[in-house]
Write a protein that binds this ligand. Structure first.
Ligand SMILES: [Zn+2]
Length: 269
């Protein structure tokens, strides 16, 4: 595990250095990595990670009920993501279901590559509305350029982080520095501010896609209730401040108009 650390350290200069970016909610982000670099790096990290999982037989078949359900939900969310940020129409949006019954997690990388683990679906038993909140929240992290933000943190603080269990040592040797940072980024906790942004954008995307905003509240309650045997990975990458429920409870009524509008005239798919 030592080798990739050296590798990361040597390659940092090869990354595109960006100045200050502004997130969709107007917050200024200090980014060592531009969004375009994050997208390219995420693409590489994704191909490597999903390739390994596929070889291990851990990608659920596209034709299965669970994949079809996740596809149908994310398709509606992606349409709203593109409406919010039209340039993301060029992203390579896709979602895989990873067969890991003990892993309660989901993510979306810069560039629109998403995954959800069977553990989240089996342990939380989410309604479609709740599942939509999970994916909308993850999509919002990508839309708000949080991948680049976390990659920057990964690069700045990688010495204390291990890639254990994410990728094989062989894969790590062949990956670019930026891709390693991207692989690390989805394993790292988001800042509390990034969480608030993703909550805010996610509940709106989901409402506009026709998913009940109240499900954002019940989802986090379920998430907390499965943390009996240690916190689910989703919570370790998503700090859950005590006031989150309260904020979502304030946001949900404000989103009802979007939700009702979407229910009256379902968005085109
Ligand atoms: Zn989050």
């Amino acid at each position: 595990m030592r080798s990739h650390l050296r590798y990361v350290g040597l390659g940092v200069l090869g990354l595109t250095v960006a100045a200050c970016a502004v997130s969709p909610t107007g917050r200024r982000q200090l980014a060592l990595v531009s969004e375009d670099s994050a997208i390219v790096a995420s693409q590489e990290a994704y191909a490597m990670q999903i390739g390994e999982l596929r070889s291990a037989g851990k990608i659920v078949a596209e034709s299965s009920n669970v994949s079809r359900r996740v596809d149908a939900i994310t398709e509606r969310l992606v349409a709203q993501a593109v409406a919010l940020r039209p340039e993301t129409a060029d992203w390579q949006w896709s979602v895989e279901v990873i067969d890991e019954p003990e892993v309660v997690n989901a993510w979306c990388m810069a560039g629109g590559r998403m995954a959800i683990y069977t553990g989240l679906i089996e342990k939380l038993d989410p309604t479609d509305d709740e599942l939509a909140q999970v994916m909308a929240h993850e999509i919002s992290h990508a839309l708000a350029n949080h991948t680049a933000e976390r990659m920057s943190v990964a690069i700045a603080t990688h010495a204390g982080i291990a890639l254990a269990g994410v990728l094989s040592d062989d894969a790590q040797q062949t990956m670019s520095t930026a891709a390693l940072a991207a692989a690390l980024a989805i394993q790292m906790p988001n800042s509390r501010t990034a969480e608030s942004e993703a909550d805010e954008i996610g509940i709106e995307l989901a409402a506009k896609a026709g998913y009940n905003p109240n499900a954002a509240i019940s989802l986090w309650q379920k998430m907390a209730s499965v943390s009996g045997g240690g916190p689910p990975q989703f919570l370790s990458t998503h700090p859950s401040p005590a006031n989150r429920q309260q904020r979502l409870a304030e946001l949900a009524p404000l989103m009802m108009a979007f939700y009702e509008q979407a229910r009256r005239s379902p968005p085109t798919r």
